[in-house]
Design a protein around this ligand. Sequence first.
Ligand code: AMP
Length: 488
Amino acid sequence: MTQGDADHPKEECGVVGLYSPNREAARLTFFALFALQHRGQESAGIAVSDGEKVRWHKNMGLVSQVFDEEVLSGLPGELAIGHNRYSTTGASALRNAQPIFCQSVVGELAVAHNGNLINAVELRRSMENEGEKFDSTSDTEVIARILIRHLSKGPEAAVNEVLKVAKGAYSVTVLTPRMLIGFRDPFGVRPLVVGTLGEDGYLMASESCAFGPVAGQVLRELEPGEMAIVDKNGLRFAKGSVSNRPAMCLFEFIYFARPDSAMYDTTLYAARERMGENLAKEHPIDADIVVPVPDSGIPAALGYSRVSKIPFREGMMKSRYIHRTFIAPDQNMRELGVRLKLTPLKEHIEGKRIVLVDDSIVRGTTTRQIVKLLFDSGAKEVHVRITAPPIQFPCFYGIDMATKSELAAARMSVQELNKYIGSTTLGFLTIEGATTAVGQPKSHFCLACFSGDYPIPVPENLNKDAFEDVSSADELVTVQQGQMTLFS
Ligand code: AMP
């Protein structure tokens, strides 16, 4: 969701939707959100329904800071949605925490959203012209109000209205007093997985890693433009408007999603190992040890080591109790963050020619600091190998990647960047190297931050005239019907 910062939408989020008739839905949602903590660390929230009434709680902080026994016991019910959010700082942050709750004469619902709507302002304006009243400037409320307007025609039709008009990236979970809905945008930019809690309910979550802690079983990923609905008839899937191509975010595979999650039929751990293997083939070098930047560089460093036959060795320890340095909002704190987080293992590094494997360079601050850390600890050479292509274009679809002017690879050539970060040599994986590691054709991904080719057109000023209609199939086809009965 956007917060009026059109030049720099930054929304990294995790979403959950859950139905559990025999166990407390809010408590299970807490544990699923906890597993998705990496997708957003600044606010968390849960909305729950007992079949009559929707209640919610949200606040700034990590999931474990926002919820305790007392809060959870005030959230009774069988249906729930949850949300983790990375946000900008300041007064606007709590106002934009999710799930959002929306009430109107025709009903009430809560919505949790991962991604960014590009045409939210235009949609809101045209709905306001038709008399709609909005409580916030958030694009999630736009989704909520479209749904609420059309829910009387049934959930499939209501979601399809969103899919037809809302341009951008969105994986969404929705809660009404008696229904749970999950859906992905027509391009499927952000992930959303659906499964069961055994005989005991259903779960939808941004990533499959949320299923383990609540003993859930993944059925499958939702397809682009697809929805999953849980109501008194059980679980069913329906297909709404889809685009002419899937455009799943490649950066989810490279960095953002947890390595134990599976997407596009591979665990990200395995995909990242293969990225490391491809990197070793694309950028070989003579060196003594392969060192990962913990934790995100570990699988790729193992892959690099396997192909290059250079031994894998840990070169630094990461504090488990400091979350991402990226969270620090200003440059000074970010620089301090690296030193707070990583301690070099001097005896592994001293006198060594090192291949340093990391997932990505965004602003370049982190890599620069780590290279310095290694040289300060006695490294002889530091050959940086990155399992992403150079990030040269900003993301408008929900990954916080800085503005174009802040992106190191947008300002500098690889040679200049090598000099800037202070490495001996620098090599980036190609787009092909990354996509073949996932095992899908290039055409199945959003590669915008690497190539500048935005699958959902993004005009400079985010103005609606430059958008095209992405909807190619307006018909709804219900493809599967489940068994479980709610509220019988
Ligand atoms: P920097 O180049 O200093 O901006 O930091 C890049 C590092 O931050 C990468 O190696 C990742 O580990 C991490 N990173 C990259 N993108 C993101 C993101 N969108 N959110 C949080 N961390 C990120």
